[in-house]
Write a protein that binds this ligand. Sequence first.
Ligand code: BGC
Length: 749
Amino acid sequence: MERSPRFFGVQIPAMLLVCFVCLSASSLAQRRQNTPAPTGPWMNSSLSPDERADLVLKDMTVDEKVALLHGVGMPTDDAVTPENAPSNRGVGYAVGVPRLGIPGIDMSDAAYGVRSSGVNGRYSTALPANVAAAASWDPDAAYEYGALIGRELRAQGFNMTLGGGVNITRDPRNGRTFEYLGEDPILAGTLVSKLIQGTQSAHVIGDIKHYALNDQESGRNSVNINISKRAARETDLLAFEIGVAEGHPSAVMCSYNRVNADFACENKYLLTDVLKKDWHFPGFVLSDWGGTHSTEKASAAGLDNEEPGSFFYGDRYKAALTAGKISTAELDEHVHRILRSMFAAGVIDFPRQRSVVDPFAGMETARKIEEGGIVLLKNEKAALPLNPAKLRTIAVIGAHSDVGMISGGGSAQVDPIGGNAILPPGKGATGWQQEIWFPTSPLKAIQARAPRASVKYDPGTDPAAAAALAKSADVAVVFAYMWASEGMDLKSLSLPHNQDDLIAAVTAANPHTIVVLETGNPVTMPWVNSPAAIVEAWFAGSDGANALGNILFGTVNPSGKLPNTFPRSESDLPHPTLTMPPPASERFSGPASREQWAAGLPPFQVTYDEGLKVGYKWYDAEKKTPLFPFGFGLSYTTYRYAGLQVTSGSKVKVTFTLANTGARAGAEIAEIYASLPATTQEPPKRLVGFSKVKLDAGAKQTVTVEIDPKYLSVFDEAKNAWTLVPGDYTIMVGGSSQDLPLKATINLK
Ligand code: BGC
């Protein structure tokens, strides 16, 4: 579904917020009075979710079953109707089984925080973008990330998240790169499972998306992705496989695009053969918004729930049942999956109950995650951390760094308190695909940490004026940003709005310049040799400026590493030019009717002929040197790796010592890669494990990481199975994909 501009409402101050919450909580309670508390035999919690689901199913009418297969529109945008009245005005609602006391499924987007809170008069925390959490390489932080989202969803009365984006970065221009967890399936899969576990710990139905291969936004509703089964299973699908196996999400959202000819939401290979059979996924599949394209085909392929409406899974579904085109067993299978997921996630045993979000706890979690995810890309002559005692004048330049920090757009957008920080108060409603700045001011954060320095700001719109200010200062901190959103891709990886020229001018005027990037995607840096330091702060969340301040002034030692390769230029990418959909006029001869739209736009083709070579695997195989490699990130201290031992058994065990050889405490992400036997025809190496280790200055620790055998295997299409190919495996350990000082070879049979 192409998304129309949306109005999210003007934010209101926190004091009013509490009243709003009370009012809406009481009216919600009233509206719910018609739904009896669940009392049936299925409330026996000693039974399994499957047994409980079957007991409910036995008592349901056909109409009730069909009602569970679809949403009732988008309460955010729609007028109040009897069907959507009990919802929380989120982006989706399925009615449940009111007669039996089974609650509705109340869904909200929540990629980096709960969406649409502003319009509902509520507050939610914006965590740093998901890609920043990925840059922390920290499973505990990912759990906290998910847990905060779960708590805030529940406090707002929702019982299902639509977060959990885990499409791997095949093309760094993808406008949703900030919503995902990087280019490596093992890193992304490991982190998404922790995120889901965290969210579901709050009795909220967890979801991972967009299944699968929705790796570009351009033409996402019509593109057909051509890819071999092996390449799909070992790259994008592996992230989902790990997410399903370890995160146990209750739901999986299928994506808009086609994969090898069939739309993902009616793709039997993806939904049934792989997800439900090979991975034993017991939960339900819901379509992305408007991503359902048929009734019988989708149902047979394994789509359990159409969102947000009922075009295919309402009356048409019932008609197909009556005509015998869909069997009762097939209907029951879908309903069973939805009900068992509700029991498994706890949304029936722990009904929705609104409370008030704790914004202070949220800010602290957001700050800590950002501190762990900021990546120090360059630091010549220890330009950082800044020493306030030595600074009399600081120039802060560009990217609205006087008032705020940018966030990622689309359905992930979180509403900032007080509205868009760069607009006058009251004019700050967030809109679909609009640049939204959070009121977290780097200028203030810097001034607070250097109270005796004169800190001056220049907007950076005139490079000459900015350079003049920089020249007069002891240090210049220049901010540059690249906004991105769902529903679009970047035209290029160059910083927009003349910011390359700005940085060139400022660094020419003052060599002691720190560049701070606020981006969700990799960017190219024609000026890379000029600044003293470069910091990637991503989309930094509600308390981004304090996190950044703590890194710039050394209260926190940077420990993030890149989850995506930064290329030198687009010409080094597997697809130097992004394939765009043909102009709309070539797709339909006139405006698309609802039926034409639903039936699907004619496809255009994108072929992933780079196959297994995604991200760093491409640069390794093609011998291209990136600007900054995958897994790279500096610290204010130094580390030494030594003493590698690799043993085989049921799992390969990798042991080594890691020492902090500098003068500051820090946290080092130790990365473990493997080269597979040449006969496998794999790219030169793959990440197979990692561990983030905290070390005091001078401390040393023995680290052991066990490698999942699947991570050393290849997907054998003929056997439809992961296979460990006998031969020599080289294990490499170090602090970046391009800096692996330890190496050992082991023979596996
Ligand atoms: C997005 C999903 C989102 C849904 C509901 C779709 O356009 O692709 O990620 O969850 O809308 O807002």
